[in-house]
Design a protein around this ligand. Structure first.
Ligand code: AMP
Ligand code: MG
Length: 331
């Protein structure tokens, strides 16, 4: 079976085409366009307008790049949530139009679960991981337990990506700021004390952001501030992930989300995994960021397990939580 997936939860609009080959995911195409606000943060309506402009062509290009015809598509899936309402609606509307035109079934999927399943689907020996999902808006530690993907810990205020982007905006770096901050942090030497707030298994970053801004205004070296932000936030995320691994007795850890591109984060989680005798996995970069292929793959898994959705029920849910999904395709 071949599925075309449309991802549109926030700043990116993506279309991917994947096929199920003996239970593993073969990615045929995976195209992404990123909305970059001229200034400030993401304005949901403007992001949705951006997506609407590019989506029709992106669908055509993705099918062409996959080397298939539209008639080869067996299923259409889309990101049902969580995310920004206008963006989600744009992706869902396109998915409905495509499903009706091709006369093929439609399925809406959970974006966070898709980040986890694309790792299991594309990486050899990645079977039952704890996922450290580090994205712009979402940051969660997720693992499978008793029929659901449970959230063992998450950020209570801003996601790690947004935390980095907010600091970047303060110091005049263009969105998305993560890659540039990583470069600057590599030149940092002195660790500056920042609040390290873990509450139970949850994390808060806004206090750290305030102190980092104060350091900047006081004239501390930007390299040292960026270095300290990475060291502190990534250590907190790694600590919660390790606790979830100990609690669930799982011996695989998987990274996902745009911040998983960061070498220091990868390094820290890798060390933690090594020390526990656990396996460490990270998908290729284009499958870590928000992308259509992961939406397509989760659509296929759900469809193959018997889940069906009618067009009239193909609604979006801005607050679609990871643990609301009944996981019928694995045990
Ligand atoms: P996503 O929402 O999953 O597409 O991820 C986007 C987020 O990843 C943005 O907040 C980026 O700043 C962040 N990001 C991308 N590359 C890096 C990097 N190398 N280091 C840290 N954050 C990154
Ligand atoms: Mg994401």
């Amino acid at each position: 079976m071949i599925c075309l997936g449309i991802e549109g939860t926030a700043h990116s609009i993506g279309v991917g085409v994947v096929k199920d080959v003996n239970g593993k995911c073969r990615v045929f195409s995976n195209l992404i366009k990123i909305y970059r606000p001229e200034q400030g943060g993401i304005h949901p309506r403007e992001a949705a307008n951006h997506h609407a402009i590019y989506l029709a062509d992106l669908i055509k290009e993705s099918v062409a790049k996959a080397g298939i015809d539209f008639t080869d598509v067996d299923l259409v899936s889309f990101s049902k949530g969580p995310g920004l309402g206008p963006c989600l609606r744009t992706a869902a509307t396109a998915a409905r139009a495509l499903s009706l035109t091709l006369n093929k079934p439609i399925i809406g999927v959970n974006h966070c679960v898709a980040h986890l399943e694309i790792g299991r689907g594309t990486l050899e020996d990645c079977n039952d991981p704890v996922l450290l999902y580090t994205s712009g808006a979402n940051t969660q530690v997720i693992a499978f337990a008793e029929g659901r993907y449970r959230v063992f810990g998450e950020t209570l205020d801003v996601g790690i990506g947004n935390c980095i982007d907010k600091f970047g905006r303060i110091v005049g770096i263009e969105f998305p700021c993560g890659p540039r901050i990583e470069e600057i942090a590599a030149k940092g030497k002195n660790y500056l004390e920042l609040p390290y707030s873990i509450k139970g298994m949850d994390i808060a970053f806004s206090g750290l952001l305030t102190v980092a801004e104060q350091y900047y205004k006081k004239g501390e070296r930007l390299e040292d501030i960026c270095y300290s932000i990475q060291e502190t936030t990534f250590a907190a995320l790694t600590e919660v992930t390790e606790r979830a691994m100990a609690h669930t007795e799982k011996d695989e850890v998987l990274l996902g989300g745009g911040v998983a591109a960061n070498k220091r984060l990868r390094g820290m989680v890798q060390i933690m995994a090594n020390e526990r005798g656990a396996s460490f996995f990270v998908p290729s970069k284009d499958l870590c960021i928000d992308n259509g292929a992961m939406i397509a793959w989760l659509g296929l898994l759900m469809h193959n397990s018997g889940i069906r959705m009618k067009i009239k029920n193909s609604l979006i849910n801005q607050r679609f939580r990871t643990d609301m999904v009944d996981v019928t395709w694995r045990d």
